[in-house]
Write a protein that binds this ligand. Structure first.
Ligand SMILES: NC(=O)c1ccc[n+]([C@@H]2O[C@H](COP(=O)([O-])OP(=O)(O)OC[C@H]3O[C@@H](n4cnc5c(N)ncnc54)[C@H](OP(=O)(O)O)[C@@H]3O)[C@@H](O)[C@H]2O)c1
Length: 328
């Protein structure tokens, strides 16, 4: 039953509680609850300002000589590779296309004066037999930072039954299998050296069920839980594991243009890298933290409906474009 007014609540209390002392204690308790409700958003905002704008990043070179970045030739991964090289780490770039790897590695070496290595590997082919050569290439490297960035999303929002078997397998391979197996290749060395940081790029879609991106959302949810549980296992061994859950960032995958709330990969990586070793779970960028907070103020069923309608409208525009192309 809902509490309608204070008198009703007071009368409902057993007689032995209806004393002036109890009344004062309840008043103080009420004030504390109100103060907490008013102070929490202020503290959260101050913490956000401190962590995204004022707190100095950790000295990542102390974790090891090399950083390994997957999906390193475009978008967020390429920006992480540049930012980590700017911090003085040598970079191992892993992606699918050798020509793009050569170009990115050359740019990083020239700009930041660090060493680079490239590994051309198609993560959709990662399995027990293809993992061996990759593991051998990464063995004996003093890896201080691993960024599990490679990932794939839908071409546009779609119902689960509209996805092909190949697309489903890609979503699982590139988001889940690659993150898990590369971690298994690199973490043992970090444990031996008692230092290191692993950054797993999840997504805001992994923090909440996201309709019409269902498999992407579930796969990124795996990445988020994987990272958080691993952090609980290994933080006491000198290794930090971070789950990064961005909203939209400009890239080929997101197909969106830059805006106040949509950073370029470079702007995103600049702030996200500064959180490594500080935060075990981060949205990575100040405007994303603000957006996530604003969304959290809405009742959940309302934000679920808004998200569904938003994705339905993107889906119908994408289908119209595809049909128009077919008719050309
Ligand atoms: N962009 C966003 O708005 C956003 C938001 C939240 C989370 N994320 C996550 O951030 C990560 C990076 O996204 P992004 O937008 O930067 O992606 P992107 O611009 O599409 O870059 C993808 C990178 O991954 C490589 N890659 C793709 N398929 C591969 C494969 N099968 N094997 C090996 N490498 C492959 C690409 O190299 P090649 O060109 O050689 O294939 C490229 O270097 C993903 O995990 C994504 O889910 C992105």
């Amino acid at each position: 039953m809902a509490v309608l007014d204070f008198d009703w609540l007071w009368d409902a209390l057993p007689g032995s509680f209806q004393t002036p002392i109890a009344q004062n204690l309840l008043a103080v308790l009420g004030l504390l609850v109100l103060a907490r409700a008013a102070l929490l958003p202020v503290l959260r905002a101050l913490r956000g300002i401190f962590s995204f704008f004022l707190r100095p990043g950790k000295n990542l070179k102390r974790l090891g000589e090399w950083a390994v970045v997957t999906g390193a030739t475009d978008g967020i991964g390429e920006a992480y590779a540049h930012e980590l090289a700017r911090k003085g780490l040598n970079i191992v770039l892993i992606s699918r296309t050798q020509a793009k790897l050569d170009k990115t590695a050359g740019e990083i070496a020239a700009k930041h004066k660090v060493n680079t290595q490239t590994i051309a590997f198609d993560f959709s082919q990662l399995n027990a037999s293809t993992a061996g050569p990759l593991r051998a290439r990464l063995a004996n490297l003093d890896v201080g930072v691993l960024v599990n960035n490679v990932g794939v999303s839908y071409d546009h929002p779609a119902f689960f039954t509209e996805l092909s078997e190949a697309k489903l397998l890609d979503l699982i391979q590139l988001n889940i299998t690659s993150t898990t197996l590369i971690t298994q290749m690199i973490l043992p060395g970090m444990v031996e050296r008692k230092r290191g940081a692993i950054v797993n790029v999840s997504s805001y879609s992994g923090m909440r069920p996201t309709p019409l991106l269902t498999v992407y959302s579930a796969a990124k949810g795996y990445v988020d839980y994987f990272s958080r549980a691993l952090e609980l296992e290994y933080s006491s061994k000198g290794i930090s594991i971070q789950s990064v859950t961005p909203l939209l960032v400009v890239s080929k995958l997101s197909k969106v243009r830059a805006a106040l709330t949509i950073p370029t990969p470079t702007a995103f990586a600049r702030q996200a890298v500064a959180t490594i070793g500080h935060d075990s779970r981060t949205l990575g960028y100040w405007a994303h933290a603000l957006q996530s907070w604003a969304i959290s103020l809405l009742p959940e069923d309302m934000s679920d409906k808004l998200l569904m309608n938003h994705h339905l409208s993107i889906r119908s525009r994408a289908l119209k474009r595809a049909n128009a192309k077919k008719g050309e």
